[in-house]
Ligand binder design. Structure first.
Ligand SMILES: Cc1cc2nc3c(=O)[nH]c(=O)nc-3n(C[C@H](O)[C@H](O)[C@H](O)COP(=O)(O)OP(=O)(O)OC[C@H]3O[C@@H](n4cnc5c(N)ncnc54)[C@H](O)[C@@H]3O)c2cc1C
Length: 454
């Protein structure tokens, strides 16, 4: 078996893995190896030929492959080594990787730091158990996207899309442009799951109807899908008897969510967050296992690739800080989702980092709201907040706490409770320990607009 050693091994060469590998190398790591099972670098971006990527980070509206190209060039230019067609089979807590490809066979890679960047996979029919027959013509939206954009096949001509996530919306437009008739997009929730810009550009502009609070209750057809029965749902998301009607179609596309791809993380013993489905991480994107980092969709599902890249740069820098002996020591403060917030990433923040560097937090809200403040509170004191005109579950909220914003007293209190010295890993935190960094949505002083205030 071929044996390799490196400072940093990155698993997955999508936008997360590319940016993490480049940043690790640029931040002082020695040998950095980037592994992917696919035949090309770029991950899911290679099939996303629509534009809308990079608006925030590169101030350009790029297609997925163009956005990937930018970061592929950066990674290769700075000396990241790549291994394609290489499937990672196993990762251990000692940061050993077992990978395989057809040229080399099995490989053993011993890394000083590992970055998990395996992305996510789509939920399929089995995940929501739709009654009916089992004809051909039922696809996940991402699989259909690959057929149309990369393989040159049309999955069908008369289409219904279940779920209003971004992939489903983009595929509704794509199928229309390719000559199919998209009859409807159905969303079980009372609000859309995708970005507003995608609702406007992919549905409204194409004349495709969106039915909120609706779902498919039966798939019909023998060899091929012949139609679906849809129904309105109540506030418990249960179909309301008597509201059913049939839509004839030959194709049902499912856009019902993504699941972080964490089989390798679990094998290694990394602790997962029950809400995000991804590893619980510190603000350096380090998991519960020392030296194993994670970023991108493997940690939590992102709507914008710009945030994937930002998070990946943090992970790459974190891994480089570990291998160059510059990792922060001392205590961590845990983050917690308060009123109106579903989850917060990272799950822990180094107290030392709160003093010395900007710390970015990503979160999702539980329900849509307008004119609110997103507040960060420690020990009953709001340490930072920002105004948001609109928040929606579909759109991730990012909040950057500038260096030094948290008062010395609050940090001292935190340090004395969490204890100093030695890594305080996510998952190993004492559930009773506090105070915490609580994120919440507040409406009380929302009228005071403007981005930042303490
Ligand atoms: C259809 C679609 C449309 C989108 N549209 C937009 C948009 O308009 N604008 C925008 O900003 N964002 C958009 N996004 C979101 C953005 O593209 C994703 O958030 C981003 O691509 C996630 O990056 P990632 O690197 O975490 O995962 P991925 O891109 O999925 O990369 C993961 C990589 O890991 C590899 N891998 C997994 N397991 C293994 C293993 N065991 N061994 C080796 N390799 C492995 C995979 O092959 C893959 O290459 C869209 C996403 C999709 C799916």
């Amino acid at each position: 078996m071929r044996r390799l050693k490196c400072d940093v091994a990155v698993i997955g060469a999508g936008p997360a893995g590319l940016a993490a590998a480049a940043r690790a190398k640029q931040s002082g790591a020695g040998r950095v190896i980037l592994l992917d099972r696919d035949r090309e670098l770029g991950g899911i971006l290679n099939q996303c030929i629509h534009n809308g990527f990079g608006l925030q980070l590169l101030a350009q509206e790029l297609t997925g492959p163009e956005y990937a190209e930018h970061f592929i060039a950066e990674a290769l230019d700075c000396g990241v080594e790549t291994m394609l067609n290489t499937m990672v089979l196993d990762v251990t807590r000692e940061r050993e990787i077992i990978a395989i490809n057809s040229d080399e066979g099995l490989m053993h890679i011993q890394a000083r730091a590992v970055i998990l960047a395996m992305g996510a996979r789509e939920r399929n029919r089995g995940a929501v158990t739709i009654p009916g027959t089992r004809p051909s013509g039922v696809f996940t939206a991402g699989a259909a996207q690959r057929f149309v954009n990369m393989e040159g096949y049309m999955p069908g001509r008369r289409v219904v899309v279940l779920g209003s996530g971004d992939i489903g919306l983009i595929m509704a437009r794509r199928m229309t442009w390719e000559g199919a008739k998209v009859e409807a997009v159905l969303e079980i929730m009372p609000f859309p799951s995708g970005l507003t810009r995608n609702i406007v550009q992919c549905l409204d502009d194409q004349g495709i109807p969106l039915y909120l609070s609706h779902t498919v209750v039966c798939i019909k057809g023998d060899e091929r899908v012949e139609g679906v029965t849809v129904a309105r749902v109540d506030e418990n998301l249960k179909p309301i008897p008597g509201t059913e009607w049939d839509i004839p179609c030959d194709t049902l596309l499912l856009s019902i969510g993504l699941i972080p791809e964490n089989e390798l993380s679990l094998e290694a013993g990394v602790e997962l967050d029950a809400i995000t489905g991804g590893p619980a991480v510190t603000d350096e994107m380090e998991t519960s296992i020392s030296g194993i980092f994670a970023c991108g969709n493997v940690v939590h599902i992102h709507d914008l690739v710009d945030n994937v890249t930002r998070e990946a740069c943090t992970a790459g820098e974190g891994a480089a800080r570990l291998v160059t002996g510059q990792q922060p020591g001392g205590a961590n403060v845990r983050t917690r989702a308060g009123d109106g917030i579903r989850y917060v990433v990272p799950q822990q923040v180094h107290v030392e980092n709160l003093a010395d560097r900007d710390v970015r937090l990503f979160m999702r809200v539980t329900r849509p709201a307008e004119n609110v403040r997103v507040e960060a509170e420690i020990g009953g004191e709001v340490v930072f907040s920002k105004f948001e005109r609109v928040v929606r579950p579909a759109e991730m909220v990012a909040l950057t706490i500038p260096a030094g914003k948290v008062s010395r007293q609050a940090m001292a209190a935190t340090a004395s409770v969490c204890g100093a010295g030695g890594a305080h890993r996510p998952g190993k935190a004492n559930p009773q320990a506090g105070p915490e960094l609580v994120m919440r949505i507040a409406v009380r002083d929302a009228s005071r607009k403007g981005g930042k205030e303490a």
